[in-house]
Design a binder for this molecule. Sequence first.
Ligand code: HEM
Length: 123
Amino acid sequence: MIFCARLAYGVTPGETLHVIGGIVLTALYAAYQWRHWLRVRPVRMRLDYGLGLLATASLFLTQASGFALAFTWWQARGVAADYAPVVVALHNIGSMLVLTFVAAHVGAVLQRARLIGGDVLEG
Ligand code: HEM
């Protein structure tokens, strides 16, 4: 929504909600990612592991750039924030990579479970 509204009207609705939600969800995601790693380690030479690593790297890029944007947002509270274009670009590209690799990773895990007849949640 922020992405489309900025393109069409030059406004960024819901920014505060996005930042607060982003901080809370980053903490939950970090806890999930750590438990997930303990369950699936070590890295294996497989498609689902490759896609999982790309998904994690994309999330890290998006969240790290999000925190950098949030710092500017906090400093500028009350007036329009002057975001660094390179950080905005990293955040936008990272968002699209997240969608791409998370969806591909889920697809690869589901396909593997179907092929070997196992449980999706098994390591
Ligand atoms: C997977 C997680 C995330 C996704 C998919 C995501 C996605 C997006 C998108 C698509 C935009 C619009 C960018 C634009 O139009 O320029 C945006 C803006 C923004 N995001 Fe995130 N975001 C995520 C996490 C975070 C986190 C964790 C924070 C901070 C704690 C954050 C802070 C911001 C800020 C401050 C903006 C406004 C900057 C701007 O308008 O360019 N984001 N985000």
